[in-house]
Design a protein around this ligand. Structure first.
Ligand code: TXA
Ligand code: MG
Length: 319
């Protein structure tokens, strides 16, 4: 691990690391992020591993400009107006994924929407330009810790887990970006952040406040509240050690029960990082097989297995 001053040389080295599938922590104008190539599912899985997140939350994909954003998500009229006003800057737009969007399913938690942001920090911009990739970057802290605003915070939290930390000094805003759902005609704020609801309303010429998604009023134990998560239509049968007639099989590891129907193995070698990288795409494709149920073999609960099991449990309880 090393913290290096964000010189042009260090940025070039960081861009190469990202292209090689490694993680890099870097400053944005909001908070420091831990970045990976958004198109590389294994690199994205490594982010969840480093953060120790017990859940696969969808991540924000960072790009250089509006055109790059439009390749990933459908820019509605609302999205275009907000982008023109706030980008580069601390606004994240949730958009419908384009058919050609190359971002890994794990980065969007299997959703058909994608959160996109064009950061304004010169180090983030130079890194994006040099890497030539969309970069996913959640805040560079361990899960449940506060977001880092100096490189030293990142080092203290993730120092042993991130090979390279670019030091660009303290971040100016110190608060995460505001996340706005711009898929419909009416924008909805999904996460409050550095740009206020009043600013957003003003940019759109609205004389009423922009809606705020009211997550607190929903029953937090109800999976329905987590509507932002992809849910397969096929029921899941967890901890399956056999396959019943009519079932598809989601396998893990070397010892797989005999099965002639639809089958995918998350990781034949039993590697949890590989399993995480394959999870959402595998659920989607087995869902498409329209089996009576998907039998899911047991997944170990340690490391990334905790998030994998969390995701599977919630997919299994959604009606
Ligand atoms: O300021 C920031 O936004 C920082 C810097 C590094 O850019 N990043 C950040 O990322 O805070 P993260 O992963 O900690 O937060 C991502 C937020 C979460 O609230 C997540 O639920 C939401 O964005 N999000 C991501 N994709 C989404 C989607 N497709 N639909 C709805 N919400 C989404
Ligand atoms: Mg965060």
């Amino acid at each position: 691990m090393s913290v290096v001053n964000a010189s042009p040389n260090a940025i070039a080295e960081a861009a190469e690391a990202l292209r090689d599938g490694r993680l890099v922590a870097f400053p944005t104008e909001t908070v420091y992020g831990i970045g990976a190539d958004a198109t590389n599912a294994r690199a994205v899985a490594a982010i969840f591993e480093a953060k120790g997140r017990p859940r696969f939350n969808p991540l924000i994909t960072h790009v250089t400009d509006i055109d790059a954003a439009a390749r990933l998500g459908e820019m509605t009229q609302t999205a275009r107006r907000l982008a023109a006003h706030f980008w580069p800057g601390a606004l994240t737009l949730v958009l419908r994924r384009t058919p050609a969007c190359p971002v890994a399913d794990l980065a969007t938690a299997g959703l058909d929407t994608i959160a996109v942001r064009v950061p304004s920090h010169p180090v983030a911009r130079a890194l994006l330009a040099e890497a030539g990739l969309p970069i996913v970057a959640p805040s560079a802290n361990r899960s449940n810790h506060v977001s880092p605003t100096i490189a030293g915070h990142v080092e203290a939290d993730l120092g042993t887990r991130v090979p390279l930390i670019l030091d660009g000094g303290p971040t100016t805003l110190g608060l995460e970006s505001t996340v706005v759902d711009a898929t419909g005609a009416e924008p909805v704020v999904l996460r409050l952040g550095a740009i206020s609801r009043e600013d957003i309303a003003r940019a759109l010429g609205l004389d009423r406040p922009v809606a705020l998604a009211d997550a607190l009023s929903a029953n937090p134990s109800s999976p329905g509240m987590l509507a932002r998560h992809y849910a397969p239509a096929t029921p899941l049968r967890l901890d399956a050690r056999d396959v019943r007639p009519g079932e598809a099989l989601l396998a893990f590891g070397r010892e797989v029960p005999q099965h002639s129907g639809a089958m995918l193995n998350l990781s034949p070698s039993g590697d949890l990082l590989e399993a995480a990288a394959n999870l959402f795409a595998a659920l989607r494709s087995l869902d498409a097989a329209k089996a009576a149920a998907i039998a899911v073999m047991p997944i170990p609960a340690h490391g990334l297995g905790e998030a994998i099991n969390d995701r599977l449990r919630r997919a299994a309880t959604i009606p």
